[in-house]
Design a protein around this ligand. Structure first.
Ligand code: DAH
Length: 349
């Protein structure tokens, strides 16, 4: 008959060495899982006499409950530690600090934008500026979103009396960028590599996570044989530079009419490093950047033959990135114009 006391001891030793949720889950499976030690003990009972079954069964049950309770308690303890850790890592931005008024400072979005530009510039990307007022063709039709397409509902757009509109996403510049660079691509074999940061506008009800005015940074790369691996490489490099640590990324399928296939790019949670914490809802991942392989119709609209060329595009939320990087919890602080908020950011943070 297996020894429940020895098993309990080995469990206690294992539990004591646990430092994160993943390890805890591993131990839970090892002891309580379908093929776990305790489950195996239960199976041993089949071969025992009725008398033995009684005492052994009781001992196993007690052990099982103890193990269960210990795991639950450890889970709570780890959660509490995560919360403390999260709070201790968020001091970069503190509304209770007095404003620094003796010198100017850059807006946090400007800081993040410049860092991203620097990284992409070093990888050979051109930085393009594009107007905030665009046509319906640029913002939607050239991006494979015809009139009355339901995808237009995703972006509640501000229209002007003359039929133009305030750009609801930086993708609106894609068509102009393709047209600007396509000759160099086709005639000289120069890949199109460009980023275009800019302000976007949507008719949103504002709250801590939504604003009617926000910043995105669109990026595109078009050449022969561009694939999803190129996209992953550039995003990973850029994010690791911006956050100054190795950032893991993953892709999930996502729908956007101007890319096929389309993805949501997630990064490993910056707070817990991917182990799971309240900020990432215990998933270990944060949604950061939609992207995909440019849809053939979009390339065609830009004068590029999709049979010959492929490319990727991404739309990075600069506002969101700044919030993550600096631990800003309310998006409205960023457009507030309040010196108390904005004077806290400096280049080196
Ligand atoms: N333009 C999209 C938006 O604002 C974001 C986006 C999604 C841009 C996928 C992309 C992309 O370049 O590939 O909702």
């Amino acid at each position: 008959m297996a020894d429940t006391v020895a098993l309990k001891e080995s469990f206690s030793v294992a539990l004591n060495s646990v430092t994160n949720m993943e390890e805890l889950e591993k131990i839970r499976v090892e002891y309580l899982g379908k093929k776990g030690f305790i489950t195996e003990l239960m199976q041993e009972m089949k071969s025992l006499t009725p008398e033995e079954k009684k005492t052994f069964g009781q001992a196993v049950n007690v052990l099982k409950n103890e193990v269960n309770d210990a795991i639950t308690a450890k889970r709570e303890e780890l959660k509490q530690k995560e919360i403390e850790l999260e709070n201790s890592r968020m001091p970069l931005f503190d509304l209770s600090m007095p404003p620094v008024l003796d010198r100017g400072s850059y807006h946090p979005i400007t800081l993040v934008q410049r860092q991203c530009e620097e990284v992409f510039r070093s990888m050979g990307f051109a930085i393009e500026d594009y107007s905030e007022i665009v046509t319906d063709y640029e913002c939607f039709e050239a991006l494979n979103i015809p009139k009355n397409h339901p995808a237009r509902d995703m972006q509640d757009t501000y229209y002007l009396d003359n039929g133009q509109l305030l750009k609801s996403h930086t993708s609106a510049a894609q068509n102009a960028i393709y047209k600007k660079y396509k000759d160099a691509l086709i005639n000289e074999g120069k890949p199109i590599k460009a980023i275009f940061p800019g302000r976007c506008f949507r008719n949103e009800a504002t709250d801590a996570c939504h604003e009617n005015t926000f910043f995105q940074m669109e990026g595109v790369m078009v050449d022969k044989n561009i694939s999803i691996s190129n996209l992953i490489f550039f995003m990973k490099t850029m994010l690791s530079e911006v956050f100054q640590k190795d950032i893991k990324v993953r892709l999930r399928p996502g729908f956007f009419p101007f890319v096929e296939p389309g993805f949501e790019l997630d990064i490993s949670c910056l707070i817990c490093g991917g182990e799971g914490c309240p900020s990432c809802k215990h998933s270990g991942w944060l949604e950061l950047c939609p992207c995909g392989m440019i849809h053939p119709e979009v390339l065609k609209a830009g004068g590029i033959d999709p049979e010959e060329y492929t490319g990727f595009a991404f739309g990075l939320g600069l506002t969101r990135l700044a919030m993550m990087k600096y631990g800003v919890k309310d998006i409205r602080d960023l457009n507030s114009g309040s010196l108390k908020v904005l004077s806290q950011f400096t280049d080196d943070k």
